[in-house]
Design a protein around this ligand. Structure first.
Ligand SMILES: Cc1cc2nc3c(=O)[nH]c(=O)nc-3n(C[C@H](O)[C@H](O)[C@H](O)COP(=O)(O)OP(=O)(O)OC[C@H]3O[C@@H](n4cnc5c(N)ncnc54)[C@H](O)[C@@H]3O)c2cc1C
Length: 197
């Protein structure tokens, strides 16, 4: 019986497991190995780790975690859970079972990319989800924002660096929803793009 079972062994799961381990709990981390940023070769904006390969960050974090003797790591997929606190039963995809008193869900999210030819191959190298993580590196070239939701407009306008005219034009391909206009107006002071509200 584990004190804590953590589903997901990436940034969130390892962080949670580390604190539990330091509280001298018996911790089991179950990880399916599909870290969200596995497509990127560098990570940015993470204090003390800027520019480092995320795989290397995770390898270090995992090694530090596993130096605690009460931590066990399982490369596996959690398939189902039943029970209540103090008596969870977790079924693995393999059909095996493990038991734990507490459960931490750190399974992350899965990016569902639009079906645009060429997009999936470029995901994490020249197509990104977040201007704060990778915008600085892209700023030397032309930038497009793929608008998949009203928040996409906000993302284009709030692009943190460089030539705001360029990002504003990209955003103008779809008109902003009302909720985005305040941000847009704030940025447009330094923008010569035609979409000033
Ligand atoms: C291309 C790209 C680049 C990025 N670059 C940056 C960056 O530069 N800086 C930055 O701060 N952030 C960046 N991010 C965001 C960053 O990747 C996420 O914020 C971070 O990975 C979230 O960590 P997490 O632990 O919550 O989830 P994840 O990293 O998604 O990890 C979840 C883990 O849970 C596992 N899992 C899921 N379901 C199960 C299950 N049923 N059983 C067992 N295990 C399971 C998965 O296999 C995975 O290992 C980037 C994201 C992408 C997509």
């Amino acid at each position: 019986m584990h004190d804590v079972i953590v589903i997901g062994g990436s940034f969130a799961g390892i962080s949670a497991a580390l604190q539990a381990a330091r509280a001298r709990r018996r911790v089991l981390v179950i990880d399916a190995g599909s870290r969200r940023n596995r497509f990127a070769s560098s990570s940015h904006g993470f204090l003390g780790q800027d520019g480092r390969d995320p795989a290397a960050i995770i390898a270090t974090a995992r090694a530090e975690l596993l130096s605690y003797p009460t931590v066990t790591w399982l490369d596996a997929t959690a398939a189902a859970v039943r029970g209540l606190a103090d008596a969870f039963v977790l079924e693995l995809a393999s059909g095996d079972y493990v038991q734990g008193k507490r459960l931490i869900l750190a399974a992350g999210v899965t990016d569902e990319l639009p079906a645009i030819p060429g997009l999936a191959e470029r995901w994490g190298t020249s197509v990104f989800h977040c201007p704060y993580c990778h915008g600085y590196e892209l700023d030397g070239g032309r930038i497009g924002v793929l608008a998949t939701s009203p928040l996409s407009f906000h993302q284009a306008i709030c692009f943190p660096t460089g030539d705001r005219r360029r990002t504003s034009r990209a955003a103008c391909s779809s008109r902003p929803p009302t909720s985005s206009r305040r941000c847009h107006a704030g940025v447009s002071r330094s923008s010569a793009a035609p979409c000033v509200h």
